[in-house]
Design a protein around this ligand. Sequence first.
Ligand code: PLP
Length: 444
Amino acid sequence: MDMSSISHVSTIDNDDVYAMDRKYVFHSWSIQGNLNPLVIKSGKGSKLWDFDGNEYLDFSSQLVNTNIGHQHPKVVEAIVKQAQELMTIAPSTANLARNEAAKRIVELAPEGFNKVFFTNGGADANENAIRMARLFTGKTKVLSSYRSYHGNTGSAIVATGDARRIPNEYARGHVHFFSPYLYRSEFHASNEVEECERALQHLRRIIESEGPSSIAAILLESLPGTAGILVPPKNYMQGVRELCNEFGIIMIFDEVMAGFGRTGKWFALEHYGVTPDLITFAKGVNSGYIPVGGVIISEKISQYFDTTFFPGGLTYSGHPLAMASIVATIDAMKEEKILENVEYISNEVLGPGLKKLAEKHNIIGEVRGAGVFWAIELVSNQKTKERVSAQTMTEIKNLCAQKGLLTFLADNRIHVVPPCIVTKEEVLEALKIYDEVLTEIGCH
Ligand code: PLP
């Protein structure tokens, strides 16, 4: 317990906050009656505290968004300063904070990108990227992977591949395909080269069968996150780019989860040297301190809208508080060499540490990832790769929480996704807890 980090002593305790939540708050993705939300009061860096003084090490980065950690002083200060000057302004105005944020993002993007359209989050970033691709090409269909999550609005949730799409399928023109996942290959591949070739051949067949003249865009997470941190085989993204070129399809990279330092680069696309036509972002751009997202637009598409009406907008597009937080986040990440920290942590501490865990524990089928973006895939049988049960995953979550570690779990995987500012000591502490918990679980 570190009471010094709790900003003020109050008589409110965890039970009070929990009871009030259950009475008034309707939560995402849940049967409301089954919920058991964790109570959190405050945070700093990689740590969080509840009202009773319990401390947690946050290896979830919440929803993989607090890349700069909790309560970064420079970002908080920038928000306060902007709040004192101008709290809100219509998107139709020219605003200095918005200009500065857009300029910084364009400068980080690959060559050939020149403008940013700001949204309220990641889903509407994808929504608007899809809209731009459809308007630009005059075509309708959008191809995306079954192994994806793109957000919870009209087109974004139907572009999503995972099961959350199914109760929401009201948008039209969406087609799905299988992107690579060698550990559970859909293509009977036994190595990366085969997986890559066969996944590209499968995508080509989908394009040909759907009719290239009807396909506006291929939307892909630059490094699929929620679906399992599925690092694509070498040359896959290049192959998708070539298919897009061949058939006149707009390539959209969703960098919402993978961008802004998560993989050790500003954008995960830098790992492949592949340039899409549109890039969507949110989360790490300001670590979620104020809700924001956006579309980075390539010159060819932005020029099209110089003379063609863009039928889209949001009251809070380019909100000054969000813009100020983006400027401060990007500047602080550069000044404090946070991407360099990610490289160091990944190469020297987290990557090797997770590989050691995999050697020790039979329950680990595979460890994969980059930067501070790793998955531990848990299986009950190494040979058959049968997934561990949902009950085992709940036990893991609870045991980790009891030991003060917040985890991000998805299906049969632990996603090891600490903030980009995580220290060596914090990673070693988390690795120790994973080791203890997997030992306990493995003994059952
Ligand atoms: N795209 C990806 C890759 C995501 O991981 C997410 C959220 O997890 C989204 C889009 C949706 O972002 P938001 O929840 O901000 O709408």
